[in-house]
Ligand binder design. Structure first.
Ligand SMILES: C[S@@+](CC[C@H](N)C(=O)[O-])C[C@H]1O[C@@H](n2cnc3c(N)ncnc32)[C@H](O)[C@@H]1O
Length: 231
């Protein structure tokens, strides 16, 4: 039965106007049709664009869209079954400032144009602990170079994770590369929430699916915010 429901969700997703599932051909054989056109074609406004990478069910993308109607949000993940949840909820609520892109994050620089994106959220990524997996880490040099292709000059990257390893790794990468660090805490919920600016307080109050699970298990939640300077 679960398999059948999954197929129904996949079929339903194809009818959603705010879900994009480009084929490899569409992304690589030609410039993807939405490159440089996300604001104009999808959102029909000039507002900033914020991505959530590895969005899962999209709690952050949808939660931020509710709180910030003057920004556009795009949840990105390869797993359609999870993405369906956020896509369905946002449609039911009539949110017009959130969309979903089903693709591998490895292909992301073929989906957005130069300076098209203002901010990136990375929420509870797989830490990819083994040495040889560094190239798969979403805050590693390979991915950071992809983000540079489309992130604005003063663009911001946010990371929320329960992994000590991934937090330390990301903080170190930011320091090594001289990226200005705007916020860092290895125990978010022990901090005085009033110490963050109002927008950050609002955003940090949203919990993702995995965050709920990790928090219940007593894991500390780490948060890092840095600016990705272009050369
Ligand atoms: C641990 S889950 C976190 C999901 C969600 N952010 C949360 O906090 O509940 C990691 C997510 O990243 C997605 N993911 C991992 N690597 C990916 C990749 N290379 N391209 C696209 N999605 C990826 C997985 O499909 C999964 O949904």
């Amino acid at each position: 039965m679960a398999g059948k429901r999954k197929l129904e969700h996949f079929a339903e997703m194809r009818t959603f106007p705010h879900v994009f599932e480009p084929t490899l051909e569409e992304v690589f054989r030609q410039p993807y049709k939405l490159i440089g056109n996300w604001r104009k074609t999808v959102f029909k406004n000039d507002n900033p664009i914020v991505l959530e990478l590895g969005c899962g069910k999209g709690e952050y993308a949808v939660g931020m869209a509710r709180k910030f109607p003057n920004k556009n949000f795009i949840g990105i993940d390869i797993k359609g079954a999870r993405m369906w949840r956020g896509a369905k909820t946002s449609l039911e609520e009539g949110l017009t400032n959130v969309a979903f892109l089903r693709t591998r994050i490895e292909f992301i620089d073929s989906c957005f144009g130069a300076d098209e994106v203002d901010e990136i959220w990375i929420t509870f990524p797989d830490p990819q602990k083994k040495d040889r997996r560094e190239k798969k880490r979403l805050t590693g040099p390979l991915f950071i170079n992809r983000y540079r292709q489309f992130l604005k000059r003063e663009g911001i990257v946010h990371l929320k994770t329960d992994s000590d390893f991934f937090y330390e790794y990301s903080l170190n990468e930011a320091k090594l590369n001289g990226y200005p660090i705007l916020e860092q805490t290895n125990n978010l919920y022990a901090e005085k929430i009033e110490d963050f600016d109002i927008d950050t307080q609002e955003i940090l109050s949203i919990k993702t699916h995995y965050e709920g699970i990790f928090t219940e298990k007593g894991h500390k939640i780490h948060y890092l915010k840095f600016r990705l300077h272009h050369d």
